[in-house]
Write a protein that binds this ligand. Structure first.
Ligand code: PRT
Ligand code: ZN
Length: 286
């Protein structure tokens, strides 16, 4: 029991679905009923705390929770002492500066002396310092995009994903100052027992991520060309080669990185490969 990891996840918002989907894909079952603040997993030593995302770095830094899933933008902004254990690849977004559509922009110097509304004063302040710009940072906690239209600020610095919020508010993105995605954070002083459980969880997460980037490939090829085929498909250790019922032909099974597939397909075909199947992999352990 004492090694049960207390995991802080966002109660409801843009991180919630991705966080719970990841946990479930790791084979961990939990029922997170609406309104629940805590839940225990049935088959893995983890207990969930459902919180506002802004509170997660502090809870993990203070050891109220052991680990948490939160946007990297929030971690960097809050400057709490936590370890980033792993990048999770979902809830991707960027923190950008935007100004009115009609305004001229030739570079960061154009922000000199401007009033900029944001919920990210630290990240924005760092960007301004690095570019030697003196601007007035006006911190607000929400609805940042309406600041220029109500005369509160000339520019905004806010999270952007599709860009449609900026567009519908008559703004244009002029600088991206930070790229973010969901990350798994951990308390800096986890006990050895909890570290072991975290390693098990990370092992499962990494197996899923590996699997996502790779595909299982099956093809038929003339046996005489097998060397050329194997050269294209080194696989995990080496590909599986099985004889077909038709003499002189073999079936080759291997694993291929999704990004390499289209680059290699011409060479495979040139080596006589046919009947090529590419199928998703659910989990992959190297
Ligand atoms: O209630 P709680 O405090 O927990 O949630 P919240 O409202 O503070 O956060 P939430 O759920 O909006 O976002 C949680 C995290 O999701 C953020 O910290 C980011 O890491 C990530 N994320 C990904 C986003 C977006 N995409 C996003 N599009 N966070 C916010 N937005 C907002 C943005 O602020 C702007 O209002 O969406 C609008 C822009 O979206 P587009 O698609 O129009 O560009
Ligand atoms: Zn929040």
């Amino acid at each position: 029991m004492e090694n049960t990891l207390r995991l802080a996840v966002q109660k409801s918002g843009r991180l919630s679905e991705g966080s719970m989907k990841l946990i479930k894909s790791c084979g961990i079952s939990v029922s997170n009923g609406i309104g629940k603040l805590k839940a225990k997993a049935a088959n893995f030593p983890v207990e969930f705390f459902f919180l506002r995302d802004d509170d997660i770095p502090g809870y993990v830094a203070d050891g109220i929770a052991d680990i948490g899933i939160v946007g990297e933008n929030v971690i960097v902004e809050k400057q709490k002492p936590v370890d980033t254990a792993h990048r999770l690849g979902f809830s991707k977004c960027r923190l950008s500066i935007a100004i009115e559509k009609a305004a001229q922009y030739n570079g960061p110097q154009d922000l000199q002396g401007m009033r900029i509304a944001t919920s990210y004063p630290n990240l924005l302040g760092k960007f301004l310092d690095e570019n030697d710009i003196k601007a007035e940072v006006h911190e607000i906690s929400g609805s940042v995009e309406i600041a220029p239209s109500i005369g509160l600020a000339k520019a905004v610095c806010d999270i952007v994903s599709s860009g449609s919020t900026l567009f519908t508010n008559g703004l244009k993105e002029v600088e991206t100052i930070f790229n973010s995605e969901a990350v798994l954070i951990a308390n800096k002083a986890l006990s050895e027992g909890k570290k072991k459980v975290l390693e098990q969880l990370l092992f499962r997460i990494k197996s899923l991520q590996q699997a996502k980037n790779n595909k299982y490939i099956l093809l038929n090829a003339p046996e005489k060309n097998i060397d050329a085929i194997i050269e294209q498909l080194p696989g995990m250790r080496s590909p599986t080669v099985l004889p077909l019922a038709q003499k002189g032909w073999v079936s080759v099974h291997s694993v291929i990185n999704e990004n390499d597939f289209w680059a290699k397909i011409e060479d495979l075909k040139a080596a006589g490969a046919e009947g090529i199947l590419v199928v998703p992999i659910e989990k992959m352990i190297l």
